[in-house]
Design a binder for this molecule. Sequence first.
Ligand code: 3EB
Length: 333
Amino acid sequence: MNALISAPPYLSSLTPRYVRDEGPQSLLGPHTLALFGFGAQTPASLDDPRYLNVGLQPADGGAWFEVWESASIVNTWLDGDIVGASNDHLSFGWIEFDEGEEGIANASEQAYRRLLAHVQSSNFPHLLRIWNYLDAITEGEGDDERYRQFCAGRAAGFTIAERCFPAATAIGRIDGRRVLQVYWLSAAQPGSPLENPRQVAAWRYPRRYGPQAPTFARAMLAAEGLPMPLLLSGTAAVVGHASQHPGDIDAQLDETMRNFATMIKVAREHQPSLPERFDGSSLLKVYLSDLSATSRVNALLDRHLSAEVARLVLRADVCRADLALEIDGFHGS
Ligand code: 3EB
């Protein structure tokens, strides 16, 4: 019995869930907006534009899926090398761009040009949230570092105003596959990007972090009247613009949770109905660079989070080598 498919009507336009060791076909119903596979045991690809294998391995070695369930029936679509699905209010899309000879900066510039042209010509022109996955994110010295190159290409292709930057994640795969993966969620109505008062806006980071500051907001709330979760960007132990507690994963997790607590507080000023703390409506993805810390991190997460908070721990590299973990997610409904 599948709790996802048997529980309509959905109030939220987007209900994300993790499912282990079940699927994928049973998860691709008429209300499924997107389906992500994590782990070597999930299909590399499927003949359905809603499916994307993200190329990150779950810490527990399991076959994990993330399902985005929609309140309304979903239509799938194709637009050249961009594919996805939409419901009444939202559109999910994704693109994979081969770095080829030209490298990551070119790949991100081209991918962002295409995604922007696509969403701007669609019925869902307002980007709410973008996820970026690239191999070997911290490889390269100084301004040649692949993450910095990615940021430069993204900014070149992603010609939108600061006040419109979506929430985002940019994380390193460890699969040697030099293909940039980008997926996103856009809406018919613009959302409200939110910033964290404990942190300098990423797009105002100083020069020392690279010639092109990262172009994302810390979180995004969808337009009023569009019921869906708060979209939380990749969040780490960054205060001001500086990485905190190098080498101390416990303290990094504490700091990350303080950043989330502040972000939820800010979001609740706009949407007081959001739960004060992570709860059964929340879904977190934990990107952890050193798998030997998994049981430690799981124990710490148990201390910070009630048991009903859905979480998936993945092995991945954070874009700053001094950060051991990053977490992103959804909160509320
Ligand atoms: C940080 O706070 C951590 O470049 O899109 C987090 C989320 C981070 C998104 C991005 C980078 C990005 O700066 C890094």
